[in-house]
Design a protein around this ligand. Structure first.
Ligand SMILES: Nc1ncnc2c1ncn2[C@@H]1O[C@H](COP(=O)(O)OP(=O)(O)OP(=O)(O)O)[C@@H](O)[C@H]1O
Ligand SMILES: [Mg+2]
Length: 582
């Protein structure tokens, strides 16, 4: 019931069209109901009395009735489709808007395919319910009520007899309906499982091929496919049982009418035209009942879908703005962590008491073994996640007190995994600042050392990039991502392994570009290769969520701790590489 009310709220803006549609539906249904009445007159008044003039009038009447019925049918179908589709578009937009509003933690916890199916499958299921089922329900409902009314007028005792079977049908619908609801829920879930396997394997196609796991993936897909089949068959089986059961019960009713009604005609209490009309009405009601039972299934399915869609809409983002959050004013770029604790999952600290201070314009390097928490530090500055305890301040202002947009607009990030969008090279750089001019785009590409390779491509800046940037090399992708961040011109810059996919030659070039870029900005440079961070003002050495050493390159070497160890290992590797190269 609550769900219905909520759906109604989406229908409200289109209420006038809906009203018009209902008028059309009523008129079309009335035309339908009139037909048996005409037939009664044909039998009783025309055929019995052999009245030629009456026959002509009735024939004309039938044509006119069907003409109007056609017009109203057009109106009903067009208007209902309009209202239904508008509502669907509105709901789809609302879900998408909500997905954009949710925090990263939401996406961490769910499969991409599952989230996608909310916007595609579930919204489509709603569409069926709103357009097809709603029309059917209203039309059939009217025919049902009208037919029953006409039957009472013709012969009330006969009508009552007919309706002895009705409660039986209603009970059957009820029992099956409950089962259908749970089965259709399972069907939806199985379909979402397939989507998510598909989504995952298509995006990981390189990994699959490199490990020669095609057969493994096919087997996995088949398992999901098979369980989808089983769920679908359960659903089909229920549907297949429901229809004949209801039809059989209806047939019993029809037989009873013919038997009792025939006796009434024989004994002169009923005209034969009336009995025929009565039978047509009675058959007429079996149709709506059959359809309504199907509509019932559709609506159950749609309600399950609506429930999932609304559940998504009701979620609150994990990262929220406080009431009365104000905009972060343009910052100088001082960043401070004060005893920051953080966990992605309960009781698994990813940061355990991190304190750091970055002065405006400084370069802060963050190094340490994989999983130490380097990216986590980068995630917390723009508040992709909220700290468990402790405070992060920019220019002395607690980031949890300012609006998210004003905060994130002043931070540029080149993430560890470069993500480019389907579109041209130009569009992908423009993403950094939508108002940028062509000159600014080219300047950004030059600064990131990407201009040269872009110009060499046949279509230059208009070269389309495949999905996830698949048509470019890793290093090229990174340089475009750097250009995108440069274009944003942020005061705080975060480079998470921004040069990791580059060869030593282009690394040097990008490094020069970054050096220029970092002047006057506070920059956090996360790197595995220690050669990139030697000039940093402060190097933070992380291990297991803690900063274990801090200082300049020389200080840390002199300390002889973890940094010294990491450095020695890499230095030896580099020397080894040089020897091998010779
Ligand atoms: N989205 C996430 N959900 C749950 N746990 C996470 C998530 N991201 C990271 N972690 C965990 O948090 C810890 C720190 O991860 P983080 O990504 O900060 O490491 P890192 O130092 O950047 O490593 P790398 O050098 O491999 O990039 C790891 O134990 C990791 O498993
Ligand atoms: Mg990382």
């Amino acid at each position: 019931m609550k769900l219905y009310l909520r759906l109604l709220r989406y229908i409200k803006p289109y209420i006038s069209r809906l009203m018009l549609a209902i008028i059309c539906i009523t008129a079309a249904a009335a035309a339908n109901l009139y037909v048996p009445w005409i037939i009664r007159d044909v039998i009783d008044k025309v055929l019995a009395a052999k009245d030629m003039a009456m026959l002509n009038t009735i024939a004309m009447g039938i044509i006119v009735v069907f003409l109007f019925r056609g017009m109203f049918f057009y109106g009903q179908t067009y208007l209902m489709a309009f209202v239904g589709q508008r509502v669907i578009i509105d709901i789809r937009e609302a879900v998408y808007r909500q997905l954009q509003r949710l925090s990263l933690a939401y996406f961490d916890k769910r499969k991409t395919g599952t989230i996608m199916s909310y916007v595609t499958n579930d919204v489509a299921a709603l569409q069926h319910a709103l357009i097809d089922s709603a029309i059917e329900m209203v039309t059939e409902g009217m025919i049902l009520v009208g037919s029953i009314g006409a039957m009472f007028v013709i012969h009330w005792k006969l009508t009552l007899l007919t309706f002895i079977t009705l409660p039986l049908v209603a009970q059957a619908i009820n029992v099956f309906g409950k089962r259908l609801r749970s089965v259709s829920h399972i069907v939806q879930e199985r379909t979402a499982d397939i989507t998510s396997v598909l989504q995952e394997t298509i995006s990981a196609v390189r990994v699959i091929k490199s490990f020669v796991r095609e057969d493994y993936e096919i087997a996995r897909f088949n398992r999901e496919n098979m369980s989808n089949f089983k769920a679908q068959m359960k659903n089909a089986q229920l549907m297949a049982t429901l229809t004949p059961v209801i039809e059989f019960l209806a047939a019993i009713g029809v037989t009873a009418i013919i038997w009792y009604g025939g006796r009434e005609v024989i004994s002169g209490n009923l005209t034969s035209g009336s009995l025929i009309a009565f039978l047509i009405y009675a058959v007429n009601i079996s149709n709506p009942m059959k359809r309504l039972s199907r509509v019932y299934g559709n609506i159950q399915r749609a309600l399950a879908a609506a429930q999932r869609v609304f559940d998504v809409m009701d979620l609150e983002p994990d990262v929220k703005e406080i009431a009365g959050a104000r905009d972060l004013p343009p910052v100088k770029g001082d960043v401070e962590f004060d005893q920051v604790y953080f966990e992605y999952k309960p009781n698994e600290l990813a940061l355990a008491g991190v304190s750091l201070q970055a002065r405006s314009g400084q370069m802060i390097a963050v190094v340490g073994p994989s999983g130490a928490g380097k990216t986590t530090i980068a995630n917390l500055i723009p508040r992709f996640y909220d700290v468990k305890s402790g405070i992060i301040k920019i220019d002395g202002i607690d980031v949890s007190t300012v609006t998210l947009n004003s905060l994130r607009e002043q931070i540029g990030i080149v993430p560890q995994e470069t993500m480019l969008f389907n579109g041209t090279v130009y569009d992908n750089i423009l993403y950094g600042r939508l108002t940028a001019t062509e000159q600014e785009i080219i300047a950004a590409a030059q600064a990131s050392n990407a201009h040269e390779f872009i110009s060499q491509m046949p279509q230059g800046y208009d070269t389309p990039i495949g999905e996830r940037g698949a048509t470019l090399s890793g290093g090229q992708r990174q340089r475009i991502a750097i250009a995108r961040a440069i274009l944003k011109d942020p005061r705080i810059l975060i480079l998470d392994e921004a040069t990791s996919a580059l060869d030593p030659e282009s690394e040097k070039l990008v490094q020069e570009a970054l050096d220029k870029l970092m002047v006057g900005r506070t920059s956090f440079v996360i790197a595995h290769r220690l050669s990139t961070v030697q000039r940093a003002d402060v190097i933070l050495v992380m291990e297991k969520g803690k900063i274990v050493e801090r200082g300049t390159h020389d200080e840390l070497l002199a300390l002889g701790g973890l940094y010294h160890k990491l450095y020695k290992v890499q230095f030896r590797q580099q020397k080894g590489n040089l020897v091998n190269a010779k």
